[in-house]
Design a binder for this molecule. Structure first.
Ligand code: GLY
Length: 402
């Protein structure tokens, strides 16, 4: 493949003075960026189209790398992909730090999930049993042991699960580092909206941007997060079934003196809702997150903030003393089975990298590797094959009335 965007591998002529590339990525969030970076590293000429690269859900996400803690019944296949990505994180973070010269806020700090009443404790015991059946490392602690580990926890904590292998990264720093690494690897950025996919014959051939430029490419990757299901020009049966799932998140500032406020991620389920507190080395404490099916709404609501603070306060009463520095809402790209769509779509030349739902930050390394392999070697690696978009097309076919 060519190393410069001046000529594509197919020699396809540019259609409005903009040279065609080997790979055009629609969407410059962390998933689009990691796809672009990894693909450019393999020698392809790559461009990204996004009005604000490095934006998107990563600007709101807490950045928990919680493959074990966030295990859910019925999601064992996704667990395999989550674990594959978690295993890659140390090398991925080191390589990206070296490539960008930027710190990622990567902390191998562990996670503690606690129970606040007898029902929570029973639920957590079941999760512990599921983790053990799945061969995962987690340790049951009494309430007293939890508080010894994290003295700011409420006195009423009844027990908890310690998972030292679940870490964290700062998604804003991750996004900034990916933008820089892409630029250094020769990725071209078109800072505008992709308005429409162009299809030539039976293949995806590029996009037309909002400012009217026609960008040509041998292959197009749709990695536009929750917007991925809305790109005009994508045939109806090819559009990915992703939907926006709103998450409201708060940021607080921990005290600079007096020892660590929290030394690891602390989380619980309070009244059926997940609440987590993610302490960064920078002193920022991220408290999240609501999960709301409200379409494209990104309003921060009094109710959302109230519920997060109320639940976080039950877990760690001392948070009410901390300055509240930011409130924000973002949109997770939800898919019907909570797992991502990776690889070739039903339209030749169009690949998907979307639908990462609650796991976009965790799945960044494995997604970049899988898409780069699919784009340059023509096939998905083994671990990504259960996540082809084809699984939803097959499901739709079997749901047809006979
Ligand atoms: N993975 C955490 C969240 O989506 O809220």
């Amino acid at each position: 493949m060519s190393r410069t965007p001046q000529a594509s591998a197919s020699g396809r002529a540019p259609s409005s003075g903009v040279p065609a590339v080997d790979v055009l990525v629609v969407g410059g969030g962390i998933i689009g960026l990691v796809t672009a970076w990894r693909t450019a590293q393999r020698g392809a000429a790559v461009a990204v189209v996004d009005p604000a690269p490095g934006g998107g859900a990563a600007q709101v996400a807490a950045g928990m790398l919680a493959a074990v803690t966030e295990l859910h019944y019925g999601e064992q296949t996704l667990l395999g992909l989550n674990l594959a990505s978690a295993r890659r994180y140390p090398d991925f973070a080191a390589e990206l730090t070296a490539a960008s010269g930027l710190d990622l806020g990567y902390r191998q700090c562990g996670t503690l999930t606690v129970a606040l009443d007898a029902d929570d404790r029973a639920h957590l015991r079941e999760l512990h049993a599921l983790q053990q059946r799945s061969g995962l490392e987690s340790q049951w602690l009494s309430g007293r042991e939890c508080r010894r580990l994290e003295p700011m926890l409420a006195p009423g904590v009844r027990g908890g699960l310690r998972v030292d292998g679940d870490h964290q990264i700062d998604p804003r720093q991750l996004a900034a580092a990916l933008v820089t690494a892409c630029e250094r690897a020769g990725v071209v950025f078109h800072r505008t909206w992709a308005e429409r996919l162009t299809v030539a014959g039976d293949r995806a051939a590029g996009v037309v941007t909002r400012d009217g430029a026609a960008l040509g490419a041998d292959q197009v990757v749709l990695a536009a997060g929750s917007l991925s299901g809305r790109l005009a020009g994508v045939p109806e049966h090819v559009l990915p079934p992703v939907r926006p799932v709103k998450g409201q998140v708060l940021r607080l500032a921990m005290p600079e003196r007096g020892g660590p406020f929290l030394s690891r991620t602390v989380r619980a389920v309070v009244r059926g809702s997940h609440v987590y507190l993610v302490p960064r080395e920078s002193g920022e404490l991220v408290v999240g997150a609501t999960s709301e099916e409200l379409g494209w709404d990104t309003t921060v609501t009094a109710g959302g903030v109230y519920e997060l603070l109320r639940d976080a306060h039950e877990l760690v009463p001392g948070i009410t003393e901390l300055p509240l520095t930011e409130t924000r809402a973002g949109l997770r790209p939800g898919s019907p089975d909570n797992a991502p769509l990776l690889g070739p779509s039903l339209l030749p030349g169009l690949l998907l990298a979307t639908g990462h739902h609650r796991n976009g930050v965790l799945l960044t390394p494995v997604t970049g590797d899988a898409l780069a392999h699919a784009l340059t070697a023509g096939e998905l690696p083994e671990e990504a094959r259960p996540f082809t978009p084809e699984r939803f097309a097959a499901a739709a076919r079997t749901e047809q009335p006979v």
